[in-house]
Write a protein that binds this ligand. Structure first.
Ligand code: XIL
Length: 393
């Protein structure tokens, strides 16, 4: 959406300012002026963000997930997408092409062509890469799902997978961090026993709960300079799930031979209303007590995909909805800046460039969760993030 389509907000705002000026010139004599209420926060009439990532304090990455696998929307083939990434972001996450099934398609075969091309692109455009993801229960190659062997064989298979991938990218310091384990905890509401315990995965089943520590140790050995994250969804809104993650971190830190972990990734696929902003702030504050870095790894703000499975709320992306989304982006980023001290900020990444590419559209065509619209024009959401980073207008 082009910002020229926002006159609806400028007109009353300008009229009100003119009235206020007139009233003060007339010594406050214009009777009507006193009854005009000042809005709590006037909507931003213009999107004025030159380079989003420069608004963050130095050293705090502002990232974006990109697609590479298919020529139709690969960032490496699309000048529209590159223009946005170049201008606004300092870090890149591969949305899919660095997942296990992609990088490690057969037991003795690794496929690095696409990831290497992405890392080259990042290097030549002065960006870093956040690696996503080494161990997960989704996007596994078939051979891993059907692997058979005892605990030792499984542990070797998993650590070898990590070692090969992390060491491949270790040399040039472009891949500066990794989601080592993704989504290892169940959500209480979709877990059979209603607890936020470890998710049933091939890793838990065949290695036991120690797989998490083993994964982090292997990643650290392969690249001692890389920052290693545990990454999960809904931890900004489900206290029991965050508690489970913090207990894991506690175990890692209090192990006689401490497990190398440097950060907690909050995915933050959120909606306009869930989680409540107070809950988000509390969750950041709690996570900060670990002393680890806190990173928002996959931020997007859905309009019709609510965790509470609300029926569709918005059939159209209207100006008013865009402003609500802008305010929500600003509030979330402001919460992060307020609650996470500078030294612990691992950065903020959004989960995609433009609405048209976003993953939520697979299930619902009526989603507009990102900072740029289907025509690669900036949305008010971009201004929202910018204002969240800088502490408001
Ligand atoms: C999603 C991608 O965005 C989709 O394109 C893909 O089909 C499935 O995976 N949590 C994660 C991400 O950690 O890897 C997921 O990405 C979104 C949820």
């Amino acid at each position: 959406m082009n910002h020229s389509s926002w006159p609806g907000f400028t007109t009353p705002f300008v009229a009100m300012v003119v009235l206020l000026i007139l009233s003060s010139c007339a010594g406050g004599d214009i009777g009507t002026s006193k009854s005009i209420p000042l809005p709590d926060s006037a909507p931003t009439p213009v999107i004025d963000v030159q380079n989003l990532h420069f608004l963050a304090p130095e050293g705090m990455p502002v990232g974006v997930a990109v697609k590479v696998g298919r020529p139709t929307n690969s960032v490496l083939k699309s000048m529209d997408r590159q223009a946005i990434v170049d201008k606004h972001f300092s870090q890149i996450t591969a949305e899919n092409i660095m997942k296990p099934g992609y990088l490690h398609p057969a037991e003795n075969t690794f496929f690095f062509d696409h990831a290497d091309a992405l890392v080259d692109y990042a290097a030549s455009h002065d960006k870093t890469v956040h690696g996503h993801t080494l161990i997960w229960h989704q996007r596994l190659p078939n051979w891993m799902n059907t692997f058979s062997g005892d605990t030792a064989a499984w542990t070797f298979m998993m650590t070898n997978h990590i070692t090969e991938i992390v060491s491949h990218f270790a040399a040039d310091d472009i891949v500066v961090s990794w989601d080592v384990v993704n989504e290892a905890f169940a959500n209480s509401d979709d877990d059979r026993d209603g607890r936020n315990d470890l998710r049933d995965t091939i890793w838990l089943e065949n290695i036991g709960a120690d797989y998490l520590a083993a994964a982090f140790r292997a990643a650290n050995a392969a690249d001692p300079n890389a920052e290693l994250y545990y990454n999960d969804y809904d931890i900004s809104g489900v206290p029991a799930k965050l508690r489970a993650v913090l207990d894991l971190v506690d175990q890692f830190q209090n192990d006689p031979n401490p497990v190398p972990i440097h950060g907690i990734g909050f995915q933050m696929h959120v909606s306009l209303t869930w989680p409540d902003i107070k809950q988000i702030r509390k969750s950041f504050a709690l996570a900060v007590t670990t002393g680890l870095k806190i990173k928002i790894t996959e931020l997007d703000i859905a309009l019709n995909t609510d965790r509470s499975r609300n029926p569709m709320s918005f059939a159209e992306f209207t100006d008013a909805v865009a402003v609500q989304q802008q305010e929500r982006y600003e509030a979330i980023v402001a919460a992060y800046m307020d609650m996470v001290p500078e030294a612990q900020r691992g950065g903020i990444s959004v989960w995609g460039i433009a609405d048209s590419d976003n993953w939520l559209r697979r299930h619902n065509a009526l989603e507009w969760p990102l900072l740029f619209d289907d025509n690669f024009e900036s949305k008010p959401a971009l201004q929202g993030i910018a204002d969240g980073l800088t502490g408001g207008r």
